[in-house]
Design a protein around this ligand. Sequence first.
Ligand code: GLA
Length: 726
Amino acid sequence: MAISYDKEQKLFHLQTPNTSYVMGVCEDTHLLHLYYGAKIKSYSVVMENFPIREHRSFECEDISIGAYSTGTLPLEYPVYGHGDYRSPAFHAEYCDGSHITALTYQGYEIKKGKTPLKGLPATYTESDDEAETLYITLMDQLTGLSLILSYTVFEDSDAIVKSVLVKNGGSSSIYLKTVMSSCIHLFDKDYDFVHLEGTWARERSIQKRPLMTGTMSIDSKRTTSSHHHSPFLALARPYATETCGDVYAMSFVYSGNHIETTEVDAFDTTRAMVGINPFGFGWNLNPGEEFQAPEVVLTYSATGFGAMSRTYHKLYRTRLCRGKFRDLERPVLINNWEATYFGFNEEKILRIAEKAKTVGVELMVLDDGWFGKRDSDNCSLGDWVVDKRKLPNGIEGLASKVTELGMQFGLWFEPEMVSEDSDLYRAHPDWCLHVKDRRRTPSRFQLILDMSRPEVRDYVVDAVSSVLSSAPISYVKWDMNRNASEVGSAGYPESQQSEISHRYILGVYEILERLTSAFPDILFEGCSGGGGRFDAGMLYYFPQYWTSDDSDALERLYIQHGTSMVMPACTMGAHVSAVPNHQVRRTTPLKARGDVASVGQLGYELDLNTLSEEEIQAVKAQIIKYKELRHTVHYGEMYRLKSPFDDRCCAWEYVTENQIVLMYCVAHARVGLGRTCVKLEGLDPDAKYRDKESGVVYDGDYLMHVGLYFTDKADLESQLLIFDRV
Ligand code: GLA
């Protein structure tokens, strides 16, 4: 059984294939976090072996339950008020103006399966046998507030999924200020704080810094998870590598303001929490109402970052992504954005499509600029009506011609936005996020539609649906090109303005749910100025995401490497674009651009008519090869063998039962240092594998222990090798 309760010792023991998570009920009152780590058979409550009874000077004592120092108890869900001075997981203001909460343990329930979270993206089961969920109820007797902590353990995954439901069972309103989704305690502080930072076109670079006494956090206050800090945190031993060392990881299934925070106290205990950022957050919970906090997916790996990532990849690929495209090989696309920007017409797009068809591209995507009068980025967002100057036959006309070529047709939208210069804004100036009497600060000449309001959501769903129903459209690129400012809503009273940031995200989720269920045959790809909102929440609606606006092959080594810490390859949109690259002006070989993009969801973002015949033949060959390897890359296990952050090269391996794909690329060649040995992982040592190109057959143990040697002669020299099991 995955979850058990020991009545004698009052212990909850959650077991995944390789990990254990243990909580105890202390004196029938406090729910304590006792252990998280490598799987143990059982946990023994030997008080001498555990520091909770230690008395600490200058800490408050809970005499009623035996004089524990309340400031050091490892509470599973800590609150503010009775002498725990660390940052709380929960903080509320009550009708008498007080801020004190005292949670006591009430009981538990263990159920098969996993219940969906109302209005929120979440991991799911397809049958109840796949998982078990533990629900623990805590209550504040004085106010009638109760919290239900839930923990799901999947049969075949080392993930533990946590979330919190808050219920107001009292007779007065409660103002929620902090509701974290997960809190854990580690009983030392010898960890690195590992996170993914970035900005536009440089997303998810891996950062590490040692934990220090006091608090350390990353967060977003942008009303989107952002390019800047992914909603992910790992606490890893300083010596942890891809293959060794403890790693505790937390990935938040949420797309709005988030915080990942640690606090090391004076006694070297580490508290780590993840949740909605309390900054600017407040929620009025009236009697009888509930508040559902989003979920956090935890995983512990005793063998470094590689196993951590593979746990996320598998769970997110199979039990977070949904819909018919989840398990399908997706089309190779061509996108006109960097080929034409706003300067296109039907003829130009058709010329790009025709050429793309000849090399094996399967989907033509028309990007920004097809609606309103959008000749630049300063107008028309919100007016989702085709621009007949550019497309005299409408979207229908163009889409039909593209489908007649034997290709699918896809379209770009940015539905959450409104340009100041648009008919929509002129008709409904109060439909954007704004605060009365304050200036409205544009970004890229645009404001954000107020998705907390039902009438705005209905407008967006209707506008997008009417375009989607009007033509043979198989794919949507859903973009979001700014972060929020002046987060306020004309649709809510003063007392609810602190709810708007979260309500905005709930509104986006509702729209995405409505549209993706109304159009199940359309493949939706997410985007936010590239990978700005590429988070686990979005994967619930978008099985793939445009990883970054930077498609330079070298930059992509870093970006895709960092992204792969959490996201599986099948979710990463990756395009071959023109040289010099439009973001960093670098010229890289077509082969490297193709090889790096082929280990994501391959696409092209240039006018293939500008390539030489030799290059066209190379692109054709790239696509043929991609179609041979994409199943393994997308649905296999990934091993990061060399990191561009640490090595002069990058090597990624993808393995299924029958095939290995190895992408090797030199990041920075150095004279005299150009021989790199790459040892493969995760193979059957007794199996034989044939290199498809050279025909050489290797034993599995040879590839893993002797390895393959690469001679690095020049920057961005790359190899994309396929080995079939023989
Ligand atoms: C964002 C996207 C790009 C492109 C432009 C269009 O920046 O990331 O791929 O769609 O918007 O304006």
